[in-house]
Design a protein around this ligand. Structure first.
Ligand SMILES: [Zn+2]
Length: 416
């Protein structure tokens, strides 16, 4: 087993620096990130620290626990990274990740790099790393929490051969030089971005919980990659939960692009939702929803309906299998009942008007989104929001009714 400690970090970097770089220079560059360098006190310690014979001074360890990480990372970017051989930076990072992986005193969920809250687990699967944040993060962790002498048993395994064993590993792995703190989309966009995703992260976790002082401390905003170099817009931004944000910082460009697909889908849904909400469904639908909620179909009626119901209309309209299954199930159970309710409210052809309103909503939504299931969701969600956020399932049942009975989801007859 290898151990992450100041000595193993320092020796790894020493092997990745040009011959001309002195051990002392490397040691000074790192330690002066924490405290002003004191030649008298500090210069004699470098070689013993590199061999894990001693621990760093207690006051340095204490400061490392509380110091702000951002300036330390900036310091590493300016003074430590330039000491390394540019051709060996990747080896240095991969070797240190390997040391972290082997070090079973570090738990998987231990945050090793404060910038982006990157844990051991995330580090081991990262495809890209900001070298200054990475080195400064490991350095602060080791100085603050690991007795340097603990590395004594493994320091001799940190050899030039160990470093060069990473020469051909992880060809897609990339090192970035700029700060890991990404440019943030403007605050003015935050509300819209949260509304767009319905307050749910791409991973399904609710966002914006734990609001403090008006800010969302359980939510981060990032820009997604663009194909062209133009100025990013709100269409390039997305809200993420803390763990997705940490993942985003270290993931590959391909994964970031994939997240863009998700963003495009939710943005289209939000736009469709705006347009759909412009068409109000007649007030009388509220009464229908309320009644559906308290209705329980009798077993006989259900059996009869299952025997006689012909799902071919729905099958011809909906390709999406889960939506089709759900719609068939609702229609089988509720169709005669909902029809009865709508007929009961019929005066001046009100139910005909309602049907047309749903159809118009469908046409509006279809202009923005392709997936049928998304269209049905947007319409049902709008109904739910406009009727006091009650009877959610009844809203889906009514939408299913109109899919079966009228123009909603009608296949394009012309292109057939
Ligand atoms: Zn998430």
């Amino acid at each position: 087993m290898k151990r992450l400690c100041y000595g193993t970090i320092a020796l790894t970097l020493r092997h990745c620096a040009p011959q001309s770089t002195l051990q002392q220079a490397l040691h000074k560059a790192m330690m002066s990130a924490i405290e002003p360098w004191d030649d008298k006190r500090d210069s004699s310690q470098a070689s013993r620290l590199f061999k894990c014979e001693i621990n760093p001074a207690q006051d340095i360890c204490d400061t490392a626990k509380t110091i702000d990480h951002l300036p330390v990372s900036a310091h590493f970017e300016k003074y430590v990274v330039p000491l390394l051989d540019p051709n060996k930076q990747k080896n240095a990072v991969l070797a240190l990740i390997e040391i972290v992986r082997e070090d079973n005193t570090i738990d998987e969920d231990t945050v090793l790099i404060k910038q982006g809250s990157i844990t051991k687990e995330l580090l081991c699967i990262a495809d890209a790393i900001n070298i200054a944040d990475f080195l400064s993060g490991l350095f602060l962790y080791a100085v603050a929490y690991v007795a340097n002498k603990e590395g004594a048993g493994c320091i001799e395994k940190i050899t030039p051969e160990f470093i060069s064993s990473f020469d051909l590993q992880k060809p897609g792995f990339s090192i970035t030089q700029t700060q890991l703190t990404l440019p943030e989309p403007p605050v003015a966009w935050h509300t819209r971005l949260l509304r767009e995703c319905g307050g749910i992260c791409a991973c399904g976790v609710p966002l914006g919980l734990g609001m403090k002082g008006g800010g969302f401390d359980a939510c981060s905003f990032v820009f997604l990659p663009r194909d062209d170099p133009g100025r990013p817009t709100i269409g390039d931004a997305i809200a993420l939960c803390p763990s997705c944000y940490s993942w985003y910082l270290v993931t590959s460009q391909d994964e970031r692009q994939a997240l863009r697909k998700h963003k495009e889908r939710i943005a289209a849904r939000a736009l469709a939702g705006d347009e759909v909400s412009g068409i109000k469904i007649d007030e009388q639908i509220s009464e229908v929803l309320r009644t559906i909620d308290t209705y329980e179909v009798s077993e006989d009626a259900l059996a009869e309906s299952q025997r006689t119901f012909d799902p071919s209309t729905i099958k011809s309209k909906i390709r999406n299998i889960p939506l089709r299954r759900r719609t068939i199930s609702y229609v089988t159970e509720y169709f005669p009942y909902v029809r009865g309710l709508l007929q009961a409210i019929e005066k001046d052809s009100d139910s005909e008007i309602i049907a047309q309103q749903f159809n118009l909503q469908y046409l509006k939504a279809k202009r923005r989104i392709k997936a049928e299931s998304d269209i049905a969701d947007v319409i049902a969600e709008d109904l739910y929001n406009h009727t006091g956020q009650q009877h959610r399932e009844a809203c889906q049942i009514v939408v299913a009714y109109f899919i079966q009975s009228c123009e909603v989801f009608k296949r394009n007859a012309v292109s057939k």
